[in-house]
Write a protein that binds this ligand. Sequence first.
Ligand SMILES: *[C@@H]1O[C@H](CO)[C@@H](O)[C@H](O)[C@H]1NC(C)=O
Ligand SMILES: *[C@@H]1O[C@H](CO)[C@@H](O)[C@H](O)[C@H]1NC(C)=O
Ligand SMILES: *[C@@H]1O[C@H](CO)[C@@H](O)[C@H](O)[C@H]1NC(C)=O
Length: 943
Amino acid sequence: MACRGGPPPWRALNSAVLVVLLASACSAGMCPPPTFKTLDVQCRWVLGRPVPCDAPVSPGTTALFSCKPQYRLPQSVRDRRPGAAAAAQHPEQGDYGLESAVCQEDGSWAPLPFTCVPECGRVVGNGETLVVDGKPVNSPLEFPWHVAIYDRKHKKGIMQVCGGTLVTPKFFVSAAHCFVGAQLLASTEVQMRPPAEFAAAVGKINREWAAAEETAQKRDVKQIYINGYGGRRLNHVRDFALVEMNLAVDLHAYTMPACVDWGLQERPVREGDVGSVVGWGGLFKRPVSDTLQIGSLPFVAKERCLQLVPAQMVQYILLNDDRFCAGVMNGTTVAHGDSGGGLTFPNRDRKHFLQGVVSVGMPDARTLSAFTNVTPFVRWMADKIQDEEIRAAAAIRLLPLEIPKEYTASDLEEEQRVAYFREDVGLNLHHLHWHSYYTYLGPRDQVEKDRRGELLYYMHAQLLARYNGERLSNSLPKVKHLNLREPIKEAYYPKLDNLVSSRVWPSRPPNVRLQDINRDGFKIDVEDLERWTARIYDAIAVGYVVNTTGGRLPLTEEGGANLLGNIIESSAVTPNRQLYGELMNQGHILISLAHDPENRFLESYGVMGDGAVALRDPVFYRWHAHVWDVMRAYKDTLPGYTAAQLSFPGVRVLGAEVRSEDHAKPNELLTHWQASDLELSRGLDFSPRRPIFARLTHLQHRPFAYHIRVESAADVPRDAYVRIFMAPKLDERGRAMHFRDQRHLMIEMDKFHTILKPGLNTLKRLSSESSVTIPFERTFRNLDANRPGGGRALTEFTFCGCGLPQHMLVPRGTEDGLPHQLFVMVTDFARDRVDQVLEGSCLDAPSLCGVFAGRYPDRRPMGFPFDRRPAGDRVDTLRSFLTPNMFVQRVMVRFRDAVEATVRNTTRFGTTKGTVKVTHGDPVPAFGTVHRDHLGVPTVGYA
Ligand SMILES: *[C@@H]1O[C@H](CO)[C@@H](O)[C@H](O)[C@H]1NC(C)=O
Ligand SMILES: *[C@@H]1O[C@H](CO)[C@@H](O)[C@H](O)[C@H]1NC(C)=O
Ligand SMILES: *[C@@H]1O[C@H](CO)[C@@H](O)[C@H](O)[C@H]1NC(C)=O
C-alpha cells in the first residue's frame, strides 16, 4: 500500500479508531502491513493490545508470526529457538510456534520474518480407516497431494491422462511415460512432448477439466524433467518425471504436498506395509471413474512378486532395478489413467511419504502392479527443486553413520580377526563387478570373453592368496578347503538387510552340516558336487574333457586352464554340463541354503547365494579352496617352466626397493586403519539402495614407490614387462616357508610395461599405479550419476567398478612388522605382448579384470611364474628359483593399530558437521538403529 502522507497516527486510540485513522493517515514512518504468504500474523500495540494488521502500522507495533495451518517452521528457525525441544511438547507452539518482528522508526520490520515451509503428507479426512477393496474419496481433503494431469491436445478435448503427486507447491512427481506421445511410446527413441501440451490441476475430485469445483486450482506445465528414462525399448526403466508448474499452488487443507524422505531417514518400506494410491483410472474392476478413488495396496517384495505376476509383467520387474510391486491378486489394481499417481505409505506419525509412482500394470489381470521406486531419485529431485529447506534436509541428514569394524561378531570369534578383509565394502564391490562383467548368464556371445575361464580362476586364486596373507598377519592358519561331509565350523551372522526383498539375510550357526537341498522341487544333492568334482579330476588325469557328442577336447598347456575354469563355473561356453555339472555355483547355492535345506522354516538363501555379499562369509574361502584345488591339480600336471621360459637374456635385475611416503627407512610398508566418510550412493549397481553418507573404518597403507635397478646388455632399447609379487616369508609356525607353499601365497602387486635403455636403468613406480587396483574414488563412485541406461555403455560402466580397491593393496602385517618377500621379475615384452588397440577409460586393473571387450593383455599364463611347480627338485626357497632377471627383497609390513580419519569431499551437498556414532544394538532415537544392507551399506531405519 502506498503512503499518502499525513500526520503520525494517534497512538493511544483503541483499535477500532486506529483503523479509521490509518486508512487516511499514512506516514513515511509507517510499516507496510505484515502480510506474508506462509504466515498468520497478529499485531500487538502497547501493553500487548491487539491492533489490526491489514493496513500500514505505526513504529513500535509488534507483529507475531505463526505458520499458516498447512505450513510449519523451517528447520533453521526451529534450531535457533531457545527451548526448541520443550516447544515440541506443545504442538500449538511447536511446529506452528510464534516468532515476532517490530515495526521500526524507519518504517521497516525487523528482524525480517522467516518463511514457513509446507506441511506434508497429512490425511485430513474423517478418520475412517481405508479398506483393501477401496472406496470412493468422499472429500478432497483426504489425499490433498493428488495432481490431475491433462492432455490439451487430446482428440476429445482437454482430457485427464495421468496422475501426479505434489511434492512442493510448485513441483509434482509423475511417470515419464505420461509425457511421451502414444505413437512415440512404441518407438525406440524417447521423445518428450512439449510442456505446453499439458495442464495440471490440484484439489479436483471430478475428472472433468471444466467441472465446477471450488477447491480446484489449475496450472500450466512449465518444465518436465526426466532422468534416464529408457522408453518402451528398455522396459520403461526409470519411469519417473519431476514436473514444474508455472505457478505455485496455494496450500490449504485440501491441497498439500505428500512428504518425500529427503534425508532418507524413514524406515524402508517392507513386505506387508500398506500404501495408498488414488486415481480415476478405473480402480477395482470398474471402468474409468468420474470421481477420485482410493486404493490400498500392500507392498510385495520383488522375489514374491516375480512368482505371482503373469509372464508379460516379469520383464518390467526383473530387469528394472528401480521398480517394486504392490497390490493384492484379487482386488484393487491400477489402470491406464492412474499412471504417474503416487503410492504413499504412512510413517509412524501417520504422515504419508511418497514411495512409488504408478508405472506398469495389467488392469484386467487382477494382479500386482509395478511402481517406480522414488528413493533413487530423491537426491536428483533435491538438486532440481533448488529449495533451501529441502537441500538442508538432504544435507543435515547425511551426517555420517559410523559403521563399527567389529560388527558381525565379537573378538571371542577368532575368524572375526579377518572380518575387515571379508566385509570390506570395496572388496565386495570388486567381486560383484567382476562377476557382473564376466557373467555366466545368457547366451554364448554374452558369456564368451578372452580367457574368461582362466581369469575366473586367477581372480579367485588371488583373493584366496590375499586372504591367507591376512590370516597370517592375524595368527590364523591358512584356509582349509571345505570337506563336504564335515560340519562347517565357521558360523556367519551377516546382520544385513537385503532391501531388494525387504528381508534380513539369514544366518548360519556353527557346525552346520551340508545336506541335500530339496525345496519345492528345487534339488541339489551333496553327492552331485562330489560326482562333478570326481569327473573333473578324471578329465585332468586323462588330459582331456569329453563334449556332448563324445569328442575329446584336450587340456592343452595354452587352453587347459581356460577350459577347466569354464567347466567349473558352468555357462553357455561349458562343453558338457551333463557330465561336469555346475560345481562352483551349485556349491554356493547348496551352502547358502544349508540352514534350511527343505524350506521348512521358509528361510531364504544366505549371503553365499549372492555375488554381492558372498565374500563376507568365511565359508566362501573354504569353498573356493575346495573348488580351485582342482585347478592346482591340473597345473601340477604341467611341466615346470624351463630356464628359457623364465629368463630374459641380457637383462639383469640388480636391485629393488620400496620407499613409503615420508618414511626414512627403506623396505617398510606401513598400514593402519582409516575412517573414511563416503557417500555410498547405492553401494550396488543392480538394486536401488538408499544413498547414505557413511563412515567406514577400513585398512589403509601409506603410499609407496618401487625403485628397481635393471641392467640391459643390449645396445638398443628393449620393451619389457615388470612383474611384481609379494608373499609372507614365514609360515604360521614362524619358519621360513617352503617354495611349494609360498608360491600359492604370492599376491600380484603390479605389472607394467617399460622400455629398458642400454645399460643401467632405474625404474620408479608408484603404488597407486598398480595393475590390480582401481582408485578409491572409483570404487566408491556415485552409481547414480551418469549411469547409462543399457547396452554396451552400461556394460562398460559396470566393468569400471572391477579392480581391487586401492586401500586393499597391502596386507595388514603386524605391529612388530611381518617379514615379506618382494619379488620382481622383468620379462621380454616382445613375447608377452598382445597386439590390440586399447579403448575405453577403465584400464587400471587389467591383471585381475582384463580389458573391456578386448584381450587379456599378457600372453603368459595368469599367475606366471608361480602358477606351476618349479622344474627340478632343487627349488625349495624363493631364492633358489631365481634367474638373473629376477630379484627378491625382504620387506617388513608394519601395522599401526590406530584410526586415521579422512573426511572426504564426496557429498554434493557440502560437508557435514560432526558424526553420529551408532553402535549395533544401541537404539539412537535420532537415527534409529543401523542396519547394514547388502554389502554393508548401512541403512537408517527406525527400530
Ligand atoms: C483376496 O485375497 C486375500 C488373500 O488371498 C483374501 O484374504 C481375500 O479374502 C480375498 N478377497 C476377495 C474379495 O476375494
Ligand atoms: C565335440 O568334439 C569333436 C571333436 O573335437 C567335434 O568334432 C564336435 O563338433 C564336438 N561336438 C560339439 C557338440 O561341440
Ligand atoms: C567438493 O566437491 C564439490 C563438488 O564436487 C566441488 O565443487 C568443491 O570444489 C569441492 N571442495 C573441495 C574443498 O575440494
